[in-house]
Design a protein around this ligand. Structure first.
Ligand SMILES: Cc1cc2nc3c(=O)[nH]c(=O)nc-3n(C[C@H](O)[C@H](O)[C@H](O)COP(=O)(O)O)c2cc1C
Length: 349
C-alpha cells in the first residue's frame, strides 16, 4: 500500500483510533503498508500528520505498527520533513525552512528560512533519531520520503537549493543532504535493529521547475545512494506508465529507463494509477520491476488484494459510495481532504 496522508492524527501528532482502524482495514493481503509521512521535526509537519520527532511518540507509533501487523502485513513508517511546502499557519506561526530562501512555485507561497549549516546537520540527525524511534516502536522498516517536493528533494533540487557550501552548488553537492540522511538512518538501523529492518527511499524522478531535477540527475543520485544498503527505491509517479514530463521528445517510460539503469542492482517499486490486476501485471512485465504500490484504489476497495488472490476480480469496487464510507473506515478528516480535491477519488453520493 502506497503512503497516504490521512490528516487524522491528533494536533500533536499522536496516532488516533480512527487512523488505526483505517490501517487495519487496509492491511489485509498486502505485503507491506507504507504509512502516511511522519514528521521528524516539529517544523516539518502537515496538519495532523503522525509525529516521530521525540521519544514520547514511540508508544503511540507502536500502536500504529501493531494495527498494520495484526493482519500479517509489514509496517513501514515513512519519515519526512515538509520544508518549504509547509506554511506558517500549519506550523502555528513558525516560518517554514528549506535549503534556500526560495519559495515554491505556487500561489501565496511563503518564503522559507534558509537553514544555516549547523542546523542542516541537526536535521540530518533528526532523520537518524526518527529511524531509531521507528525501530523501537516495532516497525519492520522505514521509507525516507525523498519525493513529492518535500525537504529531502528540496536539497537535491537546483530550484530550491541555491547554496554554495557543502550542501549545494553542483549536482554532486546537492546529493550531500540525501546521502547524509541515508547514512544516519543506516547507522541507526545497524545500531538498534535486532532483526532485519527494511530500508527504502522514495524519490520523484523529475521536476517541472526550471531549473529542476532531470532524469539524468535522478539516475546519478540513485547510483550514489544504492551503495548504502538500501532495500528498494520507490519511484513516485502520478501514472506508472508515464514518460518524461520535462522532455516530450523522450517517449520511453521513466520506469523502463530507471529499471535499465539502476533496477538491475536494487529493486524498484512502481506506483501510479494501478487500479486493476492487469495494470499491475502489465507494469511488471513491461518494465521488469518486482514491486508495485497501490494507493487510492486501496482507499476505494480495501479488499483489492484478497479479491485478486481469490479470483474475484470482477467484484473489485471502482468507486466510493458516500453511504459506504463507514464500512470503508475512512476517517472524517481524510474524507474531507480527498473530497476537496477534484478527481482524486471516484466518489458518488
Ligand atoms: C490522499 C493522499 C495522500 C498522500 N500522501 C502521501 C504521503 O504521505 N507520502 C507520499 O509519499 N505520497 C503520498 N501520496 C501519493 C501516493 O503515495 C501515490 O504516489 C499516489 O497517490 C499515486 O498512486 P495511486 O494512483 O495508486 O493513488 C498521497 C496520495 C493521496 C491520494
Amino acid at each position: 500500500m502506497a503512503p497516504m496522508t490521512t490528516s487524522s492524527s491528533f494536533e500533536n501528532g499522536m496516532i488516533t483510533t480512527d487512523e488505526r482502524i483505517y490501517y487495519r482495514r487496509r492491511s489485509n493481503g498486502v505485503g507491506a503498508v507504507l504509512t502516511a509521512c511522519a514528521h521528524v521535526r516539529e517544523d516539518g509537519k502537515f496538519a495532523s500528520s503522525p509525529n516521530v520527532s521525540a521519544d514520547k511518540y514511540i508508544k503511540s507509533l507502536s500502536k500504529l505498527a501493531q494495527s498494520i501487523q495484526s493482519t500479517g502485513s509489514k509496517a513501514i513508517l515513512q519519515i519526512f520533513h515538509v520544508g518549504r511546502m509547509g506554511t506558517a499557519s500549519t506550523l502555528r506561526g513558525v516560518q517554514p525552512v528549506s535549503a534556500s530562501a526560495i519559495p515554491p512555485l505556487r500561489e501565496n507561497a511563503e518564503v522559507p528560512r534558509a537553514l544555516p549549516e549547523e542546523e542542516v546537520y541537526e536535521l540530518v540527525e533528526a532523520f537518524g533519531e526518527a529511524t531509531r524511534r521507528a525501530i523501537e516502536a516495532g516497525f519492520d522498516g522505514v521509507e525516507l520520503h525523498g519525493a513529492n517536493t518535500y525537504l529531502i528533494q528540496q536539497f537535491f533540487s537546483p530550484h530550491s537549493n541555491r547554496r554554495d557550501d557543502f550542501w549545494g552548488g553542483s549536482l554532486e553537492k546537492r546529493m550531500n543532504f540525501p546521502i547524509e540522511v541515508v547514512k544516519v538512518a543506516q547507522a541507526a538501523i545497524e545500531e538498534h535493529a535486532k532483526k532485519p529492518f527494511i530500508f527504502g527511499y522514495r524519490l520523484s524522478p523529475e521536476e517541472l521547475e526550471e531549473p529542476g531535477i532531470t532524469i539524468e540527475d535522478t539516475i546519478a543520485l540513485m547510483n550514489r545512494l544504492k551503495i548504502f544498503n538500501l532495500d528498494y527505491f520507490h519511484i513516485s509517479l502520478g501514472d506508472i506508465f508515464t514518460s518524461s514530463i520535462r522532455d516530450s521528445k523522450n517517449t520511453t517510460p521513466i520506469l523502463e529507463i530507471l529499471q535499465k539503469e539502476v533496477g538491475k542492482d536494487i529493486p524498484l517499486i512502481g506506483v501510479g494509477q494501478v487500479a486493476t490486476p492487469d495494470d499491475a501485471v502489465k507494469a511488471m512485465n513491461d518494465f521488469g520491476i518486482p514491486l508495485i504500490a497501490i494507493g487510492r484504489q486501496l482507499i476505494v476497495d480495501p479488499d483489492w488484494v484478497e479479491k485478486v488472490e481469490d479470483g474475484e476480480e470482477e467484484t473489485i469496487l471502482t468507486e466510493i459510495k458516500a453511504s459506504n464510507r463507514e464500512a470503508l473506515k475512512i476517517p472524517d478528516a481524510m474524507w474531507e481532504y480527498v473530497r476537496s480535491r477534484p478527481n482524486w477519488l471516484p466518489i458518488v453520493d
